[in-house]
Design a protein around this ligand. Sequence first.
Ligand SMILES: Cc1cc2nc3c(=O)[nH]c(=O)nc-3n(C[C@H](O)[C@H](O)[C@H](O)COP(=O)(O)O)c2cc1C
Length: 195
Amino acid sequence: MEKSKSEIIMSFLKKRRSMLAAKLNDPGPSKQQLDDIITAGIRVPDHGRCSPWNVKIISKEGQKKLGKFLSEIFEKNNQFEKKEQIDYWYNRPQSAPCLLVISFNPKEDNLSKIPLIEQKLSCGAFCQNILNASHALGFSAQWLTEWPAYNTEVKKFLGYREVTKILGFIYIGTSSETPKERKRANLSDIVTYFS
Ligand SMILES: Cc1cc2nc3c(=O)[nH]c(=O)nc-3n(C[C@H](O)[C@H](O)[C@H](O)COP(=O)(O)O)c2cc1C
């Protein structure tokens, strides 16, 4: 029997899985698809219309330059690391055809009305919508922070201020693999009732 639209959507939401960035290959999203993904991203609850999100699309050339920079910083900070580890960071930003950096851009003059935590939650939801939209278009994706998200030099290199919070590097591409199921919390462990 043909599945109803809601069954298809629910099945998608209940089965969604990320794919390791290292397993994301070409093709990545086209310009139009990326616009659609980001458009879906901004369809998140946003108390007070703060738009506390910022997306930086890292071009192919940018991915290469970022990798070179990451490997240099990594080598400087980990002098006794093996060459493979340094090479790993050199290649890391090029793991997938598409790399987005999502940073948190809170509306400072609205903090008395819309607390920081609410603005940050909206930015997290934005990241999740980007993942869902990528998956909905048939791509695979992964949301990572890793050390570069917290490194001041990396922030400066990418053109951010020192105080900017990078909430994620989102890698998007195509994978021929289907990810294995990942253990999830039991509803009975996380749901309580109040009556
Ligand atoms: C804010 C945030 C940061 C994350 N950073 C990392 C990371 O640095 N390294 C990592 O292995 N997974 C990280 N993850 C987890 C992956 O995005 C992903 O959830 C995980 O690989 C499991 O896949 P799933 O989305 O199918 O559950 C992060 C998740 C979130 C929400």
